[in-house]
Design a protein around this ligand. Sequence first.
Ligand code: 8YV
Length: 323
Amino acid sequence: MVRPSVLLTRRWPGVVEQKLAETYDVVLNQSDRPLTATDFREAIAKYDAVLPTVTDRISAEVLDVPKARTKILANYGVGYSHIDVGAAARHGIAITNTPDVLSECTADLAMTLMLMVARRTGDGERELRAGAWSGWRPTHLVGTKVSGKTLGIVGFGRIGQKMAQRAHHGFGMDILVVSRSPVDPAFLAQFNARQCDTLEVMLPQCDFVSLHCPGGAENRNMITSARLDLMKEDAFLINTARGEIVNETALAQALMFDTIGGAALDVFEAEPRIHPMLAQCDNLVMLPHMGSATREAREAMGFRVLDNLNDFFQGGAPRDLVA
Ligand code: 8YV
C-alpha cells in the first residue's frame, strides 16, 4: 500500500516525528519557519495530510486550491480558530484537534499567571536581575493574596474544569462559572461552583477572571471596555485561551487607568506581535503562548495527531474529528 504523504508545518518533538515516519511518508519543515499562504496552498495541492499549528492562518482563500490533494488537516493543538472550518468542509477536508492531553498543563500555566500577576513575581525577578534589590522591607513588592478569593471561569470545558479543580481544591477559591450551556449542578458541586447566567452577572463578583473559552468569530472581542468596567478595580484578568477574545486596546486602557488591578496574558491577537499599548503596561504579565509547553503535553499532542491520522487513513472516523 502507498504510504500517505504528510506535511508537518513546524518541527515537533523528535519522538513523535520518528513515530510518524514509521507509517507515513513524512515531510518535515526543517527550517521551522511558519509557512506563508502560498506555501500552504502548495502543500494542499501536494500532500494527503497537512498537520498545522496555531501559526498557520488557514483561510477560505488558502483552502481554495484547484485539484487539492489534502483530505485531512490534523491540527496540533486543541484550538482551531486559525482554520476556516466552513471552507474546509466545503472542500471535503476533515479537521481534527488534540483535546484532553494539554488540559492540565494549560490550567497549570493559567494558575502560574494568576499567581505571577497577583504576587508581582515578574517585578521581583526583574528587580533582582537588574541588581536593584536593596533588601527586605515590609513595604516591598506587596501584592494581592490569591488563596480564598473568588475566581470567575469563562468557558467550562476541559481546561476550565482543570482550572476550577486547582483553584478550589488547591487554593480554597470560590468558583463562579459562565458557560454557553448549562452545567450539571452535580458537576459544579465538585468545585462548590456556581454558574452565572451572564458575564455581566459574574464579572463584578470576581477577584480573578480566567478565560477558557474557544477563540474565533463567536468569542471575538468578548472582553470589551464595558465588561472590563464591570470588574472590581483590584481584580485581575487571565487569558490562556486566544488573544482575539480580549479587546487589547480596551485592556491596555483599563491597565493604564488602573480600572482593574492587572492582567496576565499567554495569548495575543496578532501573535507574535504585541499590541504597543500593552507593552507599556506595568501591571501586566506576558508569556509567549506557553500553555501546553511541557515535554509531556507536546509529545502527547503529537501522538494524539498520530491517532487521528491512523483512524482517518484506516477508513474510520478520527477520534477528535471537529468538522
Ligand atoms: C498550542 C494551544 O501550543 O492547543 C492549543 O490550542 O493554544 C497550544 O496548546 C498551539 O495551539 C499549537 O498549535
